[in-house]
Design a protein around this ligand. Structure first.
Ligand SMILES: [Ca+2]
Length: 519
């Protein structure tokens, strides 16, 4: 497989392009008041092909659920362009966001690290929900990615890439952790806030100029991406198009919504405004792909499309999964993922579980760059999986994926659920067909076999105690070796009337007892 991979990669690298960058232009990019910020900062040049460093376009939609797209089975959300792209891409059925909500996943993407290394465990306050219901004091949370981290963008910059960021950042702002301090030559729209103050111009966002009144932000970011691609480049480029869509507030142009109002959805997918947001996101992908074609660089560009966490439960639901954004159940962390290699002509479906953490080593390898020696990277290079042999995994071995979320997320009132929480402090391991969730409030264990029970309906913790024990010990080892903070301090404001009935959960002690009895 290695040989085939090498040949296909070599064949893929045809003509390169580059993009002028220097400090003055970076400054211009920030302060420019034109509606096409990217093009306003560029110099036209004809440049020799770069055959070893393909361009990389990384598109991330926000809160885009696993089945919020046609190619994953939605009939109501219409995504013809993504569906078409999927037909010539590696389509991962078991891709995971490294966390169940926005900021920690984005920190993982940029750092290549688990949340316990960046300290960004959740969005903002880790102690959400009513104090009297929280049994533990959660781990303190950071909201700005430390400057000391060598980000993915910095590694690509050091490898010779021009780097452009457009859209939602959520890891700092301006000189305190904004995109321009973390390895991007251009920033359009990236601020600390995780949702747009307005989806329509005027945007009330100092890092993007206002367009014509009423201009729709996803369309504008798409236009900026196209302008950037169409400008002449003196270097290979890394474009991170990080759409604010389809995060709340759920807003779209009225004319786009009207069409979906006339259509009938189902119990999972039925919101016409959300459908319109997804349609505009789908169009954005098409615009980017068309621009790459028109520039003649699609054969020298990798395109990745994914999400930062599961769909928002107040709006959408993955019919085949349990839970939604904010949960360690599959609906909170399983996300769509397409990776299109240059010149790829066929679809390859991959079932190997992969994570946001894997993009850093994968993309730096694609760029023929060097990984930073100064920091641990927790993901794996996915290139051995990307072969026409349908991801036979011969050169890709990993024991498990791990998740750590030592914070509280309150139940969402709009969600159709009686749950008190979306998340309590917890960890999770995904290994083989199984996943084990350890919740720290009472040491609750949940074991599911995803191959047989994707919807996580049956807790196997006591039914398959050997598996539980193996994964539990693996998870403990991982927590210890990565210094994962496990909250243990009891919250003095906790009201005993919210104590969970011990019959309602399974603990490690019970599993150990069961194993003794089995002997
Ligand atoms: Ca998100």
């Amino acid at each position: 497989m290695k040989k085939i991979l090498t040949l296909s990669l070599m064949a893929a690298l045809i003509t390169g392009c580059s993009y002028v960058d220097n400090n003055s232009q970076t400054e211009t990019a920030v302060t420019s008041q034109t509606t096409s910020q990217a093009t306003s900062t560029q110099t036209i040049a004809n440049n020799p092909a770069n055959t070893k460093q393909p361009n990389i376009v990384f598109i991330m939609l926000d809160d885009w659920g696993w089945q919020d797209v046609g190619f994953m089975g939605s009939n109501y959300y219409q995504t013809p362009h993504l569906d078409k792209l999927a037909k010539t891409s590696y389509r991962f059925n078991q891709a995971y966001s490294s966390s169940p909500n926005c900021a920690p996943t984005r920190a993982s993407l940029m750092s290549g690290q688990y949340p316990q290394r960046t300290g960004i465990h959740t969005v903002g306050n880790p102690a959400r929900g009513k104090a009297e219901k929280r049994r533990l004091i959660p781990t303190p949370n950071k909201t700005v990615l430390a400057d000391e981290v060598t980000t993915l963008a910095e590694s690509l910059q050091r490898s010779g890439y021009h780097t452009a960021f457009m859209g939602k950042w959520h890891l700092g702002e301006g000189k305190q952790g904004g995109p321009l301090t973390q390895g991007f030559d251009i920033n359009i729209g990236g601020i600390h806030k995780g949702s747009p103050r307005s989806y329509f111009s005027p945007y009330k966002n100092e890092s993007i100029t206002n367009g014509p009144e009423g201009e729709y932000l996803p369309d504008r970011l798409s236009k900026e991406a196209v302008n950037y691609i169409k400008s002449d480049h003196q270097k290979p480029f890394f474009l991170f198009l990080s759409h604010y869509a389809v995060h709340t507030p759920i807003k779209a142009p009225e004319e786009s919504i009207a069409k979906h109002r006339k259509r009938t959805g189902d119990q999972y997918h039925k919101n016409p405004v959300y459908a319109a947001m997804i349609e505009h996101s789908d169009n954005s992908v098409a615009n980017v792909l068309n621009a790459l074609e028109e520039q003649g660089i699609s054969d020298n560009t990798w395109v990745i499309v994914t999400s930062d966490n599961g769909g928002f439960g107040g709006i959408t639901q993955a019919p085949d999964l349990r839970g939604a954004k904010g949960m360690l159940y599959e609906g909170g962390v399983r996300v769509p993922l397409l990776i299109k290699a240059p010149k790829q002509q066929q679809q390859v479906v991959i079932e190997e579980p992969v994570s946001t953490l894997d993009f850093y080593p994968t993309l730096v390898t694609i760029a023929n760059g060097e990984l930073p020696a100064s920091q641990p990277l927790d993901g794996d290079n996915l290139l051995p999986l990307l072969s026409p042999q349908r991801g036979t995994q011969q050169n890709f071995e990993r024991d498990a994926l791990y998740f750590h979320f030592p914070a509280y997320l309150q139940h969402n009132k709009k969600s159709n659920t009686s749950m008190m929480w979306r998340a309590t402090p917890s960890s999770m391991i995904r290994a083989g067909d199984y996943k084990l969730i350890e919740s720290f409030e009472y040491g609750q264990l949940e074991l599911y076999n995803l191959a047989k029970d994707l919807k996580e309906t049956t807790n196997l913790a006591l039914i398959e105690p050997e598996v539980t024990a193996e994964l539990y010990q693996q998870l403990q080892h991982w927590q210890a070796t990565t210094s994962a903070p496990v909250p243990t301090a009891l919250n003095t404001k906790f009201n005993a009337k919210y104590l969970l009935d011990s019959d309602s959960y399974i603990t490690w002690q019970q599993v150990q007892q069961m194993l003794k009895e089995d002997k």
